[in-house]
Design a protein around this ligand. Structure first.
Ligand code: ADP
Ligand code: MG
Length: 321
């Protein structure tokens, strides 16, 4: 199959046909109409086989995850995703692989009405680069830099499952069979918190998506906002899989340091807290207050109201990268 036929066969046919796409796949560039009173947010993420996912990962999961990690960035900006470009490097043309991969790409696109508008196809070691774009009302995007001392720190979902799945894959922990599929799904098919992100636009002072681990990503908010934070370790939301597999200390350590959660971490002022909780209660994604922003410029943790030095959280047990 030639490049042109491959693109036509696997990527041109799609359910989503947006009105704002004037020219989609097939020309030298895609053309989208710009919308009055809206800002466009743009992000790119690359997944390299053997680096960002194990080489044995199913093609459907690879397609899903490549889109999900980008939509997660769009969600963190409080934007509504709209268009994607897909640059794919393939070692060979394998029809079964491409069929499954494109299913993975298009499932989230259909759910969120996102159209694939172009890309590039080359031969080489497997690697996928997606650029996603989204829209927000003018000036209303969220960023990492608005957190203020006194703001509450919230997180969506539960933390650490994806990192636990990776530890399991590497043979570093044994997991009860009841939990294996659940955590593998969290690693392979992350769900970007797109609707939460859009609802937070009116309430949050800052937001980031959790790709590198809670401590690292909270560090990005603190640095960008010129603030510090305390995390109450007892409050970190942990799944049954985590609590049944690891000691509490190890579960907390993995939740602090492990990556690939793709949950949203955000800050909200005391004044906006109730409004935010009410708005989010309609979405059905659990949120948990895990701490507070302060003026200290450092990140601290407490357990049962006592300070715990971060290096003693057992973080060294795990090499999550
Ligand atoms: P050019 O050489 O002008 O860059 P290409 O032959 O690379 O054009 O691509 C032809 C068309 O197919 C372009 O519209 C491009 O955006 C699109 N395209 C190429 N690869 C992909 C892909 N993997 N997914 C979606 N669209 C693609
Ligand atoms: Mg090209």
């Amino acid at each position: 199959m030639k490049e042109f036929e491959l693109i036509k066969h696997f990527f041109t046919e799609q359910v989503v046909k947006r009105k704002d796409v004037l020219l989609g796949i097939g020309d030298d560039c895609a053309v989208v109409s710009s919308t009055k009173n809206q800002d466009t947010v743009i992000t790119t993420d690359t997944l390299v086989a053997g680096v960002h996912f194990p080489v044995e990962t199913s093609p459907r999961a690879i397609g899903h995850k490549a889109v999900a990690v980008n939509l997660s960035d769009i969600a963190a900006m409080g934007a509504k995703p709209s268009w994607l470009s897909l640059a794919i490097t393939l070692p060979e043309v394998n029809n079964d692989w491409l069929t499954e991969f494109s299913l993975g790409v298009f499932e989230l696109c259909e759910f969120y009405n996102v159209q694939l508008i172009g890309g590039d196809t080359t031969q080489g070691p497997l690697s996928i680069t997606i650029t996603a774009q989204g829209l927000t009302p003018e000036g209303k995007y969220l960023s990492r830099s608005g957190a203020k001392a006194g703001d509450w720190l919230f997180v969506t979902g539960e933390l650490g499952d994806a990192a636990l799945a990776l530890q399991h894959y590497k043979g570093k922990v044994s997991i009860h069979s009841d939990f294996v599929e659940k955590i593998q799904t969290k690693l392979d098919f992350p769900r970007p918190r797109v609707l939460v992100g859009q609802s937070l636009r009116e309430y949050a002072s800052s937001a980031i998506d959790l790709s590198d681990g809670l401590l690292a990503d909270l560090g990005h908010i603190c640095k960008a906002s010129n603030v510090g934070a305390n995390i109450v370790l007892n409050e970190i939301p942990l799944s049954e899989s985590m609590l049944e597999t690891l000691s509490f200390d190890d579960a907390v350590s993995l939740a602090l340091s492990g990556g690939d959660d793709y949950e949203l971490l955000f800050t909200v002022s005391a004044d906006n807290k109730v409004g935010m909780e009410t708005a989010l209660s309609h979405i059905g994604i659990p949120i948990t207050c895990i701490g507070q922003i302060n003026a200290s410029q450092t990140i601290t943790t407490t357990l049962n109201n006592k300070p715990v030095p971060i290096k003693e959280t057992g973080f060294e047990h795990f090499s999550t990268k």
